[in-house]
Ligand binder design. Sequence first.
Ligand SMILES: O=P(O)(O)O[C@H]1O[C@H](CO)[C@@H](O)[C@H]1O
Ligand SMILES: [Mn+2]
Ligand SMILES: [Mn+2]
Length: 405
Amino acid sequence: MARAILIVLDSVGCGGAQDAHLYGDTGSDTLGHIAQACFEGRGDRPGLRIGPLALPNLVRLGLAHAYEASTGRPLAGAVKPAAPGGRAGYGVEISQGKDTPSGHWEIAGCPVPFKWGYFTALENSFPPDLVAGIIREGALPGILGNRHASGTAIIDDLAEEHIRTGKPICYTSVDSVLQIAAHEEHFGLERLYALCRKVRVLVDPLRIGRVIARPFVGTAETGFTRTGNRKDFAIPPPDETILDRLPARGRTVITVGKIGDIFAHRSTGDEIKPFGNAAMFDAALAAWERLPDGGFCFVNLVDFDTEYGHRRDVPGYAAALEAFDAMLPRLEAALRPGDLAVITADHGNDPTWPGTDHTREHVPILAFGPGIAPAPLGRRESFADIAATLGDWLGVGKVGPGKAW
Ligand SMILES: O=P(O)(O)O[C@H]1O[C@H](CO)[C@@H](O)[C@H]1O
Ligand SMILES: [Mn+2]
Ligand SMILES: [Mn+2]
């Protein structure tokens, strides 16, 4: 019986979104701008990587075809084969958001039918009654931050004051998020999670997608670093997803990385959450080996976004793409007849773009497996085409509003 694995390369958009102007993102192009920068020698970091972006396996499967279909331009430095090795195209997002839940829910067959709430003010971002509620519910001496910020920069600014005062660092971004950073030892990890659970309830009426715990460790002397104990407290998708359909039909689901958090742990099966792209890829392959017939493995690789996109780190992002590309043959070797692998992304996060936020873009879609005839996938009018295809492939019926290819 058929099996399927879906890997989301978090934030690896491929430009071209026609509604990018609604997000201030006209011309943003995560993959294209990284490739261009590398081609021009701006992606070099001695000791890490050097030269044009080298993604031989992704390009063999059709990444350069997908990119060209999305933007009308060649992918800088890529030697595009005459035909893609798999099915290759790009997806257009119909949800109104460029955040992780919107992208993943739509991929899973549930485009977001409502408008998220946002904290739009750059300073004093949270309404006074919400601030009062956070302080009351957490029995806190106050909060720090209360503004739009990059998570690493605001920790550098405020960690010492946080330790001194016991006030957690609360911040937001262009996404529908309220993030709370606190020191794992001085504030306490469980205490941070408990606070986030209470704040989750407070922001429900505001339609805020996620409250995110951002624990960190360190001292002023050593510097402060975020740990792998990040936890997202999300609202659940408002309708059925491919994840819901499968267990209802007796199928096994394994999710790797932050998929569990993104779907509020609904129908997310056996959740595996190691830290770092390489460890997550290894865990996904191990899960794949034991996944029974008819099963589904859903993977998110978050480093592209968190470590490099938001940090506007072109060489780091390029190196992460090259590392993923080098791991890919291990997945291809593990596919057997009847298996389908899909690689895609949830939004953009162009590391050459102003600011530190996501960018509204198309996403590449690559589908391959033994016996899957290579062909263009063209333009998919919604990411939901992926869920529709997976439902068909796994024999559980069509899921969501997308069109199967
Ligand atoms: O700068 P950091 O803390 O990584 O925050 C980023 O992470 C959030 C959730 O993905 C995004 O909304 C963005 O603000
Ligand atoms: Mn994301
Ligand atoms: Mn992000």
